[in-house]
Design a protein around this ligand. Structure first.
Ligand code: UPG
Length: 411
């Protein structure tokens, strides 16, 4: 039945059909039929920089194309608010962090102020998706809500630091449902919990095919050597991404194998620690001409795309990771990925198959050397990696699961 459906390549949904096949898009349209006109609002804390913004930038237009009245709102706070929410982020990923009453007050005040501003929109919504802890306290200000509120957690909350979880739990318990990226992140909460992995958009500037000439330009632009193998990590400058561990790994590997390392990162407006981590990274890289530390603007999507395609190996040596879109992006470009053996990276990197999982800089160094000496294996792993993303981690699958959830909540 689906074979008879044709989408035009020059139409918005048709372009996705060209990648996924028409059946996938038809299924989305069927699911969206009962949600036509439904008011769905997503709320997070930054419009650019980081994985959540990356997803929302693409998810909202797709929902709209399917007839859903989707919108995206962003909450903004004071420096104390961002200091508090970055501490939440760190504590939920397991760090022992004490929060002062003053910071917690800033958190609640910002949420109260934003709730006032967003009242007309959120009161009318049929479904509200609240992303991560930053806007989680908004719900408290809507005691008579008409819509359903869903907390979407993007981070690795396998072992949250208990006092911080205890503080956040009453805010989160009031939601109608929550979504985590992996089953092991689920928490004792008094509502249904769903497991939905994130995704990438194959048609975005970050992931679409690029002409070879554009890929080659990155060598000149960033003073890279086209003859020397390249290892790349793309990440916000965040300690959980372990950029210093990546430098150590590459320095060890470079003793026996010539290579260059590119660390490409930018700033997210809701991440106050980025500058300090960047300084640490620059210090570690000092005096090593083959380590390139790049600070890119938040909209440098094509540049990152070109770097990922220029790389021989993509690395993401995170110590904690909810999912890891940079892993998916590297795999989509047919690159083998060396990933930290943690969280959502394990869902994507199959050891010895689509890449390697590592726990230490020594382990990463070993795998870097092995892959750089074995071009055939790099290509094989890369091909499997791309196929695996095509089957599992594109935005169409993500959207299908969100729509299925909304249909089931509507019933
Ligand atoms: N990125 C840029 N420029 C940079 C650095 C990163 O565009 O200078 C992009 C990168 O290409 C990717 C995104 O930002 O698309 C980063 O996403 P991700 O690697 O997933 O990390 P986080 O920003 O930490 O995202 C959070 C979780 C992560 C999860 C994601 C979506 O930590 O584990 O995959 O949310 O759920």
């Amino acid at each position: 039945m689906c074979a008879s459906i044709h989408y035009r390549d020059d139409e918005f949904l048709g372009r996705y059909a060209a990648v996924t096949g028409a059946c996938v898009i038809q299924h989305l349209e069927q699911l969206a039929a009962s949600l036509k006109g439904a008011r769905v609002v997503h709320v997070n804390s930054t419009r650019e920089g980081g994985g959540v913004a990356e997803i929302l930038q693409k998810l909202i237009p797709l929902k709209k194309a399917l007839g859903i009245d989707a919108r995206w709102e962003v909450i903004e706070g004071t420096p104390a608010f961002y200091a508090c929410t970055k501490s939440f982020h760190n504590a939920l990923q397991g760090m022992d962090i004490r929060l002062s009453d003053k910071l917690l007050e800033a958190y609640e005040e910002t949420n109260a102020r934003c709730a006032e501003r967003l009242k007309p929109i959120l009161e009318q919504a049929d479904f509200v998706f609240i992303h991560d802890p930053q806007p989680a306290a908004l719900l408290k200000h809507f005691p008579e809500r008409r819509g359903q509120w869903i907390w979407r957690c993007h981070i690795d909350v396998r072992q949250p630091f208990r006092p911080v979880w205890k503080y956040l739990r009453p805010f989160l318990s009031a939601y109608d449902a929550s979504i985590f990226s992996l089953p092991e992140f689920a928490q004792p909460l008094p509502h249904p919990q769903y497991i939905i992995a994130p995704s990438i958009d194959p048609l975005s500037e970050k992931n679409r095919d690029l002409p070879d000439a554009e890929i080659e330009k990155v060598y000149d632009r960033f003073d890279l050597d086209p003859e020397r193998p390249m290892v790349l990590q793309v990440s916000r400058y965040d300690r959980f991404k372990d950029p210093v561990g990546v430098i150590r790994a590459c320095r060890m590997a470079a003793k026996l194998t010539p290579l260059q390392l590119v660390l490409a990162g930018g700033e997210a407006s809701d991440d106050p620690e980025g500058q300090a981590v960047l300084e640490e990274v620059r210090q570690q890289a000092e005096g090593h001409p083959d380590i390139h530390v790049l600070l890119l603007p938040a909209d440098a999507h094509r540049t990152i795309n070109a770097l990922q395609r220029a790389a021989d190996i993509v690395i993401q040596k995170s110590l904690r990771e909810g999912f890891g879109l940079t892993v998916t992006e590297g795999m989509w470009k047919g690159r083998p990925v060396i990933g930290g053996d943690t969280g959502g990276i394990r869902l994507q990197v199959f050891n010895h198959y689509t890449g390697f999982l590592v726990r230490t800089p020594e382990g990463a160094a070993l795998r870097i050397r092995y892959l750089l000496h074995n071009g055939r294996l790099r290509r094989q792993m890369g091909e499997r990696a791309r196929r695996f993303v095509l089957d599992n981690f594109l935005i169409t699958r993500h959207l299908r699961e969100y729509l299925t959830l909304l249909v089931s909540l509507q019933a």
